[in-house]
Ligand binder design. Structure first.
Ligand code: FMN
Length: 330
């Protein structure tokens, strides 16, 4: 097993979750500035897309800064040799690890036989891990998955992954059918750790298990890690609107501080992706992507709703700043 940088990280470690159109280079930079996790993760990127003529357009999703390290690139797809090619690309781009998505419930992803659909096709899932490892060289390969497809079949599913000996397995404690609608089953994540320990009881090394689902704070993550025995914790929605999650978890963050970070975030968004309201032809992402972030940053304080309404139609970072200034938030 190639563990690469994972070997050097103190347990229990914290990672950000891959979240499409959320954990992009701009948001990761804000997180890096206000409180970096132990490990960064890209959003998922299509292997088929990266192996097609559309490659150039997708490369922005694999861009990162020096602050965003160590960083794992996540890929989705169902074509083993494309994973081989993407693993080579990840090496070339200086990533620290390569992750394979085997949990995404998105219809467009599943239609290709990728994401969560791979749980229904263990042989293909194994082939994909094999090809990724072949391309990865010394880079560690990991898998992010769920407890099962329609029902929890973790004891049948995970051994297929174990057999391929990835360095890390992230277990999102829900089935595909449950989406994110029920509380994550942390008792089953604890079972995944025991299953791993049993499977590898005679082996010199065993893959690390990362638990994922509903982690609300660093304290909550530490508690969940202790109770379940996982090696690390992955945080998704908890960091939405809260780039202070990993650093100032014990402090109350004032609305002013949160909103200043939001302005910085919009500026970085414009820096990396351009502004689709100003020049649609050169923008790499639609400015409207920022709106879900506004909603997340602007909550939990007095007059938050009024402010959210005021920002509904903003078209640039300057406009955001002006409105916040006029309303005396900055
Ligand atoms: C907006 C959004 C986008 C997501 N995109 C991805 C993705 O690209 N790859 C992936 O493996 N999981 C993705 N997920 C799932 C998260 O990584 C994570 O497994 C899930 O949100 C549960 O963790 P949480 O309860 O801490 O949010 C996404 C989740 C959300 C909410």
């Amino acid at each position: 097993m190639e563990f690469g940088f994972w070997k050097k990280i103190k347990k229990p470690f914290f990672t950000i979750a891959p979240m499409a159109d959320v954990t992009d280079i701009a948001f990761r930079e804000i997180i890096a500035i206000y409180g970096a996790p132990d490990v960064f993760w890209t959003e998922f990127v299509s292997c088929d897309g990266l192996c097609s003529r559309g490659k150039e357009k997708l490369l922005i999703d694999l861009k990162y800064t020096k602050k965003q390290k160590p960083i794992v690139a996540q890929f989705f797809g169902a074509t083993p040799n494309h994973f081989y090619e993407c693993a080579l690309l990840a090496r070339e781009l200086g990533f620290d690890g390569i992750d394979i998505n085997m949990g995404c419930p998105d219809r467009a992803v599943e239609k290709q036989g990728a994401g969560a659909a791979l749980m229904k096709n263990p042989k293909l899932a194994q082939e994909i891990i094999k090809e990724t490892k072949r391309g990865a060289g010394k880079l560690p390969v990991s898998v992010k998955t769920r407890l099962g497809y329609n029902k929890d079949v973790m004891e049948d599913w995970l051994p297929y992954i174990f057999e391929m000996e990835p360095a890390v397995i992230t277990v999102h404690g829900r089935t595909r059918k449950e989406m994110s609608k029920v509380p994550a089953h942390w008792e089953r994540i604890a079972d995944a750790v025991s299953l791993r320990d049993g499977y590898f009881s005679d082996a010199k090394e065993k893959p690390l298990i990362v638990g994922n689902g509903d982690v609300a704070s660093v304290e909550d993550g530490m508690k969940k890690a202790k109770e379940s025995g996982v090696d690390g914790i992955m945080v998704g929605r908890g960091i939405f609107g809260n780039p202070f999650f990993f650093a100032e978890h014990k402090k109350e963050i004032s609305p002013k501080k949160r909103l200043s970070a939001m302005v910085e975030h919009v500026r970085l968004f414009e820096k990396y992706f351009g502004n689709s309201n100003i020049d649609r032809s050169t923008a790499l992402k639609n400015f409207d992507n920022m709106k879900k972030h506004f909603k997340a940053y602007i909550s939990g304080f007095e007059n938050a709703k009024e402010l959210r309404i005021k920002l509904m139609n903003v078209k640039s970072a300057d406009e955001v700043k002006n409105i916040l200034k006029t309303c005396r938030y900055l």
